[in-house]
Design a protein around this ligand. Structure first.
Ligand code: EPZ
Length: 420
């Protein structure tokens, strides 16, 4: 097992490359199942989630070629409509192959993803939508066994779901007739998928609105696409600059995708300047101020940014109330931050009160999920003394060579082998 060993107290300075969004690369890789032609993606980083999903797709017959920051996928010889528990249990976005398999092959056998550390993660919205579209669905031995054909339908999502939106859209684009989707997710990664599908020949109107109308087509063609920059990776490095009172240029980052986060940073007098090449984050004169955060669907404050900002606000003047409205269990970083000297009160299962302290102290801590784990790294960058973050495989899912990127801008962090 590996851990990060971090010595805190060094202001970060320099330039960090922000790559394509993990949560856009994954659905677009799945969308490659919808055509026999190659789909070529650039601005990729080799996150373990990307590698896990390519293993699943290869197990179904997808051709996958990974070279420098680019990914080419071709589904011209799909030999299986089975998505095994081995892959889906490791990376729940694998479940999204259900929609495209059903639309293109009229059959699918996909393992239920199960829950994860941050919540039970049900898939009722996915299955209800496909049932509305005519799918015959049986759940047997932990697998969703579904058969088509599908037909156009009017879908009303009672709750906003990124994954259910991806899955339903990817089913509808190759399904004869008209499918109208009410209350789709509006996250930038969803918009990126919709834009890729249109480039592949899909007929989608209402992109960016709360009503999507999709006219099914007989087939889709390949395309090339530069993936939208990762707003959560950008948030993470912006917090790294703010928590160390440093100055980082986030190459490729777009402030317009993360306005709820930049609003919070600006309250703490972090200077943010957008240029054509990226986002300059200057926190050299920052004075961290408490504020309240409630996570909600885009364009509200993103749930994936909650843990990273929690770390920053443990050092802010005043009290911060944080309400987590998307997932049931997204405060697993809290007890670990408390070990580092943070003053945090758990008010209810989905709300905490952070009272700012002058400093944090290094301690051995453990990552329990991706964003909670990176929040501990951020806290360690500012803490006095040495911190060891274990279970960093969670972090590798969404950050490629995090320690290298941080070292390049002045952090004292190394990846060490530990027995566990
Ligand atoms: C996506 O997860 C992201 N993952 C998550 O990022 C992100 O936190 C989440 O969207 C919210 O923005 C990927 O894109 C790979 P949801 P997803 O369906 O699609 C409930 C990260 O750190 N729900 O929008 O699974 C669900 O339980 C990850 O990069 C149902 O009740 O999230 C949750 O409470 C973590 N029934 C809420 O909706 C359903 O059928 C939002 O979930 C589906 C979801």
């Amino acid at each position: 097992m590996y851990a990060f060993k971090i010595k805190g107290g060094y202001p970060l300075n320099g330039e960090v490359d922000i790559h394509g969004a993990k949560n856009a690369i994954l659905p677009i890789m799945v969308a490659s199942l919808l055509t026999k032609e190659p789909v070529h993606l650039t601005n990729i980083s080799y996150l373990s989630d990307v590698l896990t999903l390519s293993d699943l797709l290869k197990s179904m017959g997808m051709k996958v070629k990974i070279d420098k920051n680019a990914l080419t996928l071709q589904a011209d010889d799909i030999s299986s409509i089975h998505a095994d528990y081995e892959f889906v249990s490791k990376m729940r976005a694998s479940f999204w192959v259900l929609g495209p398999l059903l639309a293109r092959f009229k059959k699918a056998e996909v393992s239920l993803p199960g829950g994860c550390a941050i919540g039970t993660r049900p898939v009722d919205l996915y299955l209800n939508a496909l049932t509305e579209m005519g799918a015959k669905i049986k759940v047997k031995n932990g697998y969703v066994c579904a058969t088509g054909p599908l037909h156009g339908a009017e879908i009303f999502f009672p709750k906003v779901s990124v994954g259910a939106t991806h899955n339903t859209v990817m089913a509808a684009v190759l399904t004869k007739g008209t499918t109208v989707i009410h209350n789709p997710a509006l996250e930038p990664e969803v918009i990126d998928l919709l834009n890729v599908l249109v480039k592949m020949g899909a007929k989608i109107s209402g992109i960016g609105s709360k009503i999507l109308t999709i006219e099914g087509v007989d087939q889709l063609h390949g395309t090339t696409h530069d993936v939208v920059p990762d707003r959560i990776e950008a948030t993470t490095f912006a917090v790294a600059a703010a928590i160390t009172k440093g100055k980082l240029f986030l190459k490729g980052a777009r402030a317009d995708l993360m306005s709820a986060v930049t609003d919070v940073l600006r309250i703490s007098n972090v200077q943010l300047t957008q240029t054509a090449e990226g986002l300059l984050v200057d926190a050299q004169k920052a004075s961290l101020k408490a504020t309240s955060i409630t996570t909600c669907e885009y364009p509200g404050f993103p749930t994936d940014a909650q843990a990273p900002l929690s770390s920053l606000l443990t050092l802010a003047h005043g009290d911060t109330l944080i309400e987590e409205r998307i997932f049931e269990n997204r405060f697993m970083h809290v007890p670990e931050l408390q070990r580092m000297g943070a003053q945090i009160k758990v008010l209810t299962t989905n709300s905490i009160l952070i009272s700012g302290v002058n400093s944090l102290s290094g301690a051995p801590v453990m990552a329990a999920d991706l964003r909670g784990g990176v929040a501990l790294v951020l806290a360690a960058l500012a803490a006095k003394g040495e911190t060891q973050v274990s279970h960093i495989y969670h972090i590798d899912r969404g950050y490629y060579q995090l320690e290298k990127k941080l070292t390049n801008v002045g952090a004292h962090i190394e990846r060490i082998k530990i027995d566990e």
